[in-house]
Ligand binder design. Structure first.
Ligand code: 2HG
Ligand code: ZN
Length: 454
C-alpha cells in the first residue's frame, strides 16, 4: 500500500488532522531528546482511544507497515524514534491522556497511556496520594512510555521500579486483539502474568493503551540534604548508613565535573563555597517530620559540607543540581549514554577503572541513583568511529563486575547489539519466541530490544 493510500485509510479512523505526513509536522516525532537518534517516519498517526488503536493496527498490518508506538519521546535508548529506512508508522499515544477517579479503597487509579507523569502528580497530590515513580522528565514522559520501558527514576529505593507500581494493563496486540487486565486485583493467581510481561517490553509485544496504577498515601513531611563528600566510596558508605532510616526516599549522586557543567549551563549559584569531589542528594519523607531522624543518622558521618532543605522551594533548588544534568550535558554536546548498574561495592572500582577503559576517547560524567548502584555514564567528545569500542569496553566491565548493561533506560536500539552481555543465549531465544508468538510478523518496534529474529 503506498503512503498516500495508507494515510487515507488511517485518516478515516483518526481524522485527517491526526495523520501527519508532512515532514515539518513529523519532525518532533522523529528525533529523540538528545538528538542522537533520528530517523524518518512513513507517517505519524495519533489515535484518540483504544478502539482507534485497534483499527490503526489492523490497517498497518494489512499494509505490512511496521509500527513504532511512542509516548512522550523522552526515552534515551532510541526505542521511540523511527529508523532512517522511512517505512515505520509512528503511533503516538499522547492523545490517550484520560484518567479515572482515584479508588481510595483499592489505592488505585486507571489512566490512559498518554497521560504525562506530571499531569498524574497534579491530579493525585491535592487529594493526598502519590504514584511511587518519579523522574526528571516528568513533564513530558507518559505513563505508557514509562511502563513500556519499566522506568526507574529517583525513588526506586523506596517504591521499586515502574513494574512494582503497575497493577494491571490494557494493551493491543499487533493483530488488533485487546488484552484487558485493568482490574488490577490485589490477589489474582490465574496463570501467566501478562501485565508483568508487557512492562518493560519496549513496544515490541503490544501497544499499551491504559494502566491501573498502584498509589501510596502522600507523606506529609519531607526534608532534603545535599552532602559533599570526598569520594564515591564515601558516598556509597553514606548511603549504606542512611538506608537504615525507613523514611529515606532518594539518594542521588553527582560529581564535581557534572556540577560544573550544570552551573555553567543553568547559571545557578554554586551550592557550597568550595567545590567537592562528590555530592550526595538525599530526601526523606514520612507522616512525621523526618528531619531529626536524618540528622541523627548523619551524626559523625564523614561529610565535608552540607545544605539542608526544609521547604519545597529549597528542596527543588537542591534537586535542580542533580536533575538538570541531562539538559546540561545535551547543551555541551551529544552525549553517549551508558545507563548501567553495579553492585554497590563494585562502584568505586568501576569509576576508578573508567579512565583506563576510555583511554582518552571520551570525557566521562557520572551521576545517578546511588542506592541501586545505578550510574548514568555520560560520555562527551567520543568520535563516531570510537563509539562502539568505547561502549563495549564499558559494558563488558560492568557485566564482568556482576552489573547490568541497562539499569533503567532499557535496551532500545542503542544496546540491542550488546544484549548478549546481559542475557544468555537461552534467554534471548526465549524472548524471541515470545515476540514471535505475540507479533508473528515482527511489525511492532522492529530493531528495538531484539536486533533481529536470530
Ligand atoms: C536521570 O536520572 C535520567 O536523570 C537521565 O535517567 C539520565 O541523562 C541521563 O543519562
Ligand atoms: Zn536516571
Amino acid at each position: 500500500m503506498d503512503a498516500e493510500r495508507l494515510a487515507r485509510h488511517l485518516a478515516a479512523v483518526v481524522g485527517p488532522t491526526h495523520v501527519l505526513a508532512d515532514a515539518g509536522l513529523r519532525a518532533p516525532y522523529e528525533t529523540d531528546f538528545t538528538g542522537r537518534y533520528t530517523g524518518r517516519a512513513r507517517l505519524v498517526v495519533r489515535p484518540a482511544d483504544t478502539a482507534q488503536v485497534v483499527e490503526v493496527l489492523r490497517i498497518c498490518r494489512e499494509a505490512e507497515a511496521p509500527v513504532l508506538p511512542q509516548g512522550g519521546n523522552t526515552g534515551l535508548v532510541g526505542g521511540s524514534v523511527p529508523t532512517a529506512a522511512g517505512d515505520q508508522v509512528v503511533l503516538s499515544l499522547r492523545r490517550l491522556d484520560g484518567a479515572g477517579p482515584i479508588d481510595p479503597d483499592a489505592r488505585r487509579i486507571t489512566v490512559g497511556a498518554g497521560l504525562t507523569l506530571s499531569a498524574l502528580q497534579g491530579r493525585l497530590r491535592p487529594r493526598g496520594w502519590e504514584f511511587g515513580v518519579d523522574l526528571a522528565s516528568r513533564d513530558s514522559a507518559t505513563l505508557g512510555g514509562m511502563i513500556a520501558t519499566n522506568a526507574g527514576g529517583e525513588r526506586v529505593l523506596r517504591y521499586g521500579t515502574t513494574r512494582a507500581n503497575v497493577a494491571g494493563l490494557e494493551a493491543v496486540l499487533a493483530d488488533g486483539t485487546v488484552l484487558d487486565r485493568l482490574a488490577g486485583l490485589p490477589k489474582d493467581n490465574t496463570g501467566y502474568d501478562l501485565t508483568g510481561l508487557l512492562v518493560g517490553s519496549e513496544g515490541t509485544l503490544a501497544v499499551l493503551t491504559a494502566a491501573r496504577l498502584r498509589l501510596v498515601p502522600r507523606p506529609g513531611h519531607r526534608v532534603a540534604a545535599l552532602l559533599a563528600v570526598d569520594s564515591l566510596a564515601a558516598a556509597t558508605a553514606l548511603v549504606t548508613r542512611l538506608r537504615r532510616i525507613d523514611s529515606l526516599e532518594l539518594a542521588e549522586f553527582f560529581t564535581a565535573e557534572g556540577l560544573a557543567l550544570v552551573l555553567e549551563h543553568t547559571g545557578l549559584p554554586a551550592p557550597f563555597r568550595a567545590a567537592h569531589p562528590v555530592y550526595l542528594l538525599v530526601e526523606c519523607a514520612a507522616r512525621h517530620d523526618p528531619a531529626d531522624e536524618l540528622a541523627e543518622a548523619l551524626e559523625g558521618a564523614d561529610v565535608r559540607d552540607a545544605a539542608v532543605a526544609l521547604d519545597a522551594v529549597d528542596r527543588h533548588r537542591l534537586a535542580a543540581y542533580r536533575e538538570r544534568h541531562t539538559e546540561a550535558l545535551n547543551a555541551a554536546g551529544t552525549p553517549l549514554k551508558l545507563d548501567v548498574t553495579l553492585p554497590l561495592a563494585e562502584l568505586p572500582g568501576f569509576a576508578a577503572a573508567l579512565p583506563g577503559l576510555l583511554d582518552g576517547r571520551a570525557r566521562p560524567y557520572l551521576f545517578g541513583h546511588l542506592a541501586e548502584g545505578n550510574v548514568h555514564v555520560n560520555l562527551l567528545g567520543t568520535a563516531p568511529e570510537d563509539e562502539d569500542a568505547v561502549s563495549l569496553a564499558v559494558l563488558r566491565r560492568v557485566a564482568d563486575a556482576g552489573g547490568s548493561i541497562s539499569a533503567e533506560h532499557g535496551i532500545g536500539r542503542a544496546k540491542a547489539r550488546y544484549l548478549h552481555l546481559g542475557r544468555s543465549a537461552a534467554e534471548i531465544a526465549a524472548m524471541r519466541a515470545v515476540k514471535t508468538a505475540l507479533d508473528p510478523a515482527w511489525l511492532l518496534s522492529p530493531g528495538t530490544l531484539l536486533a533481529d529474529r536470530g
